[in-house]
Design a protein around this ligand. Structure first.
Ligand code: NAD
Ligand code: UD1
Length: 331
C-alpha cells in the first residue's frame, strides 16, 4: 500500500513509518515539524534503507492537503499529527481544538474526495475517563478531564459519523495506552521540548543528571503500592499494531485498544529502570497530580483476536530502550 502518514516525523509516527517500510509499504510523510525535527525523516531512511517523500506542511491547510492528495494515489491515511500536551491544552484550548479537529476534518474530506478508503486515527485511553479497569472497547465513554482528551473523543465521533455516511470509508480508532521506549537502533525516540510531563521522559532526564529528582504524584491510590498504575506499551509494538490495523481495515468503524493488558505502578517502573540500567533515580513523593486516575490498563482481547496482534516487549526492554535513546540523543 501507499500510505500518507501525517505527523510521521514525531515519536509514534516515525516508529510506525519504520514498520510500514519494513513490511514493504511505501510512505509519504506530511508534518509541519511543530514538535519534531526534519532529521527524523533521514533517520527513518537510515534504519530502513528506503526513501520517503516528505512534505513540510500543516494538515490544517486545506489547499496544501488537497495538493498532496492530488500528487499521489494513496491507499490509506494514518493520522498522527496533533498537539498532545495535556497541561498546555488547558491553557490554550482553542489551539488544541483547532489543530486536532480541523486536521481530522480536512483529511477525511480529502479522503472522500480522492476515494481513499482507509483511515487510521491516533486516539487515546484518556477517552475512557474514570471507567473501571480493564478498559474495554465496548464501554460507554466518560467525560475526559481536559481539552486534549476532548479532541480525541470528538475526533472519534467525527470519523464515526463520516464513515456511517460514506460506506466505503473505513476507520480504525486506535486507543493507545502509555507508549514508551524507542527503536533499538537508538536513532529515533521521544524527545519532548522543555521539562517533560510524562513519566518515562522525566525519568531519563533524571538519569542523565539534567533534572535532580523525580516527583512521584501520590502514593495513596488504591493500587499495589499506592502509586499510579498504567499500561506501558513499547512504541515498536504500538507501531506494528498500526501496520496490522491498516492491513486489516476494509469496513466500517473499528475500535482497538493498543496496550499490553498489564498495569504497572510508578514505583515498579522506577525500580525496573534502576535495575536494568544500573542508575539511581532519586525521587520524592509529592501531592497527587490533578486530573490523574489511579489505574488505567487495557483489555487487549479484541486486537489479539481481530488483528492477530499483541504486544511482545516487556518493561525491561522499555526502560533499556528509552535510556539508550536518551543517551544517544544529545550527543
Ligand atoms: P509527537 O508530537 O511526537 O508527534 C506528532 C507530530 O505531528 C509531530 O511531529 C508534529 O510536528 C506533527 N504535527 C502536529 N500538528 C500538525 C499539523 N497541524 N500539521 C502537520 N503536522 C503536525 O506525538 P506522538 O507522541 O508521536 O503522538 C502521535 C499521536 O498520537 C498524536 O495525535 C497524539 O495525540 C496521539 N497519542 C499519543 C500518546 C502518547 O503518549 N505519546 C498517547 C495517546 C495518543
Ligand atoms: C498522560 C495524559 C493522558 C495521555 C497520556 C498518554 C495527563 C494528566 N494525562 O497520561 O491524557 O493520554 O499521558 O501517554 O497528563 N507520574 C509521576 N511523576 C511524573 C510524571 C508522571 O509520578 O513526573 C505518574 C502519574 O501520576 C501517572 C504515571 O506516572 O500515575 C504516568 O503518567 P504520564 O506518563 O504523565 O501518563 P498518564 O498520566 O497516564
Amino acid at each position: 500500500m501507499n500510505i500518507l502518514v501525517t505527523g510521521g516525523a514525531g515519536y509514534i509516527g516515525s516508529h510506525t513509518c519504520v514498520e510500514l517500510l519494513n513490511s514493504n509499504h511505501s510512505v509519504v510523510i506530511v508534518d509541519n515539524l511543530i514538535n519534531s525535527k526534519v532529521e527524523s525523516i533521514e533517520k527513518i531512511e537510515r534504519i530502513t534503507g528506503k526513501k520517503i517523500i516528505f512534505y513540510e506542511k500543516d494538515v490544517t491547510n486545506e489547499e496544501a492537503v488537497d495538493k498532496i492528495f492530488n500528487n499521489h494515489k494513496f491507499d490509506g491515511v494514518i493520522h498522527f499529527a496533533g498537539l498532545k500536551a495535556v497541561g498546555e491544552s488547558v491553557s490554550k484550548p482553542l489551539d488544541y481544538y483547532y489543530n486536532n479537529l480541523v486536521s481530522t476534518m480536512i483529511l477525511s474530506k480529502a479522503c472522500i474526495k480522492y476515494n481513499v478508503n482507509k483511515f487510521v486515527f491516533s486516539s487515546s485511553a484518556t477517552v475512557y475517563g474514570e471507567n473501571k479497569v480493564p478498559f474495554v472497547e465496548t464501554m460507554k465513554l466518560l467525560k475526559t478531564t481536559n481539552p486534549y482528551g476532548e479532541t480525541k473523543a470528538m475526533s472519534e465521533r467525527i470519523l464515526t459519523d463520516t464513515s456511517l455516511a460514506n460506506v466505503d470509508f473505513s476507520v480504525a480508532l486506535l486507543r493507545y495506552f502509555n507508549p514508551v521506549g524507542a527503536h533499538e537502533s537508538g536513532l529515533i525516540g521521544e524527545a519532548p521540548n522543555g521539562i517533560p510531563n510524562n513519566l518515562m521522559p522525566y525519568i531519563t532526564k533524571v538519569a542523565k543528571g539534567e533534572l535532580k529528582k523525580l516527583s512521584i504524584f501520590g502514593d495513596d491510590y488504591d493500587t499495589v503500592d499506592g502509586t499510579g498504575v498504567r499500561d506501558y506499551i513499547h512504541v515498536v509494538d504500538l507501531a506494528i499494531g498500526h501496520v496490522k490495523a491498516i492491513e486489516k481495515l476494509d469496513n466500517g468503524v473499528n475500535i482497538y485498544n493498543l496496550g499490553t493488558g498489564k498495569g504497572v505502578s510508578v514505583l515498579e517502573i522506577v525500580n525496573a529502570f534502576k535495575e536494568e540500567n544500573d542508575i539511581d533515580i532519586p525521587y520524592e513523593i509529592v501531592e497527587r497530580r490533578p486530573g490523574d486516575i489511579a489505574s488505567s490498563y487495557a483489555d487487549v482481547e479484541k486486537a489479539k483476536k481481530e488483528l492477530n496482534w499483541e504486544a511482545k516487549k516487556g518493561i525491561k526492554e522499555m526502560v533499556k530502550d528509552s535510556w539508550r535513546f536518551e543517551k544517544n540523543y544529545s550527543i
